[in-house]
Design a binder for this molecule. Structure first.
Ligand code: ASP
Length: 341
């Protein structure tokens, strides 16, 4: 069977061009994008395309776009074997993480990709990214898609989407996955690490959750953070969850004012999750006195999740009302987003 792939264009540099007489990049028509890559016709798959009516720079991405994307995938799920999402790189890791949670029991590939240079540029990285992403989405094993999860392909590597972070604005290697190895490396051959791929139970149908809570906030600690600042953040009306980016292995100030503010928030039912500012490694509350206090207060660990995965998981758990045991759900891997202890 020749796989049918849906190519969804949301926007981003890959499809941008300079407007007449202007220096800045703006999204342009999706059809022109395809004209620039005649090689796509040589791939062993059928490609169908769909574009956002108004393609966006991914800095404008929000939860409504994620819901729209999830609905597109849902409505084409039976007829297509794989999905490739063209997306700006700036928020691609957030979107890939969000979609990984929103699509439960996914048994087909959803591969995000984009580029650092527009497709029309002579030195563009867009062609390789797009062609290999489609090739990976088309891979079959025993007449079923080989990859069954949300991924991100960039600069010769296929990563689990919810393990990635954008790390560089200038290099073609714009993404890293510090706590989980790439699923596939593209060299002369595609080196697929089969043992790392998610293996969902195939008898369950896809469940799509489009309701995400935005009553959350991300607070990055820095030496000098004032009580009045943190207090006004924690007083935000309807606030349900706080992702605290702490130091090192999950350490934070032991000042009374700081711990008292957190305690007050927790007593009001606000979930506080501890993630590290470091790009690699994990939170270990209790390793130092400066994190033991957080654990004693009931702060939840994000373990080795990226900030992108942790904030979107929080939005998903709070929005889909899967909060019966928020701490347990948060600290358990549900889409391969964290390493089990
Ligand atoms: N600003 C662009 C975006 O995220 C950058 C990119 O596409 O790489 O939409």
């Amino acid at each position: 069977m020749i796989p049918k792939i849906l190519l969804i264009y949301t926007g981003g540099t890959i499809g941008m061009a300079k407007a007449a007489n202007k220096e800045m990049l703006q999204p342009f028509d999706f059809q022109s994008l395809l004209k620039n890559i005649p090689e796509l016709q040589l791939l062993n798959c059928e490609i169908e395309t769909l574009s956002f009516n108004n393609p966006i720079d991914s800095s404008n991405m929000d939860t409504k776009h994620w819901a729209f994307l999830a609905e597109i995938i849902d409505s084409h799920y039976k007829t297509h074997q794989g999905f490739v999402v063209l997306h700006g790189s700036d928020t691609m890791s957030y979107s890939a993480s969000a979609l990984s949670f929103m699509l439960e029991n996914l048994s087909k590939p959803v591969i995000f990709t984009g580029s650092q240079l527009p497709i029309g540029d002579l030195r563009t990285d867009a062609k390789e990214n797009l062609i290999t992403a489609i090739q990976l989405a088309s891979l079959q094993h025993q007449n079923r898609p080989l990859i069954k999860e949300v991924c991100l392909y960039f600069e010769y590597k296929l990563y689990r989407g919810n393990r990635t972070t954008k790390i560089n604005t200038d290099h073609f290697k714009a993404f890293a996955s510090k706590n989980f190895p790439p699923l596939v490396t593209s060299g002369v051959e595609l080196k697929i690490r089969q043992q790392l791929l998610l293996k969902p139970t195939l008898d369950k149908g896809l469940n799509v959750y489009t309701n995400l809570s935005t009553d959350v906030v991300l607070v990055k600690l820095f030496p000098g953070l004032q009580a009045s600042t943190l207090s006004s953040i924690l007083e935000t009306p309807n606030l349900k969850g706080v992702l605290l980016e702490t130091y090192g292995s999950g350490n934070a100030s032991t000042a009374d004012w700081f711990l008292t503010l957190l305690e007050k928030a927790i007593s009001k039912g606000i979930y506080i999750v501890n993630t590290t500012q470091c790009s690699g490694g994990s939170v270990h509350m209790g390793q130092y006195e400066t994190s033991q206090k957080l654990r004693d207060l009931g702060v939840i660990s994000a373990n080795d999740m990226t900030t992108e995965a942790a904030i979107t998981k929080m939005m998903f758990l709070l929005g889909s009302h899967q909060t019966k045991d928020f701490k347990l759900a948060f600290e358990t891997s549900i889409r391969g987003e964290l390493t089990k202890n």
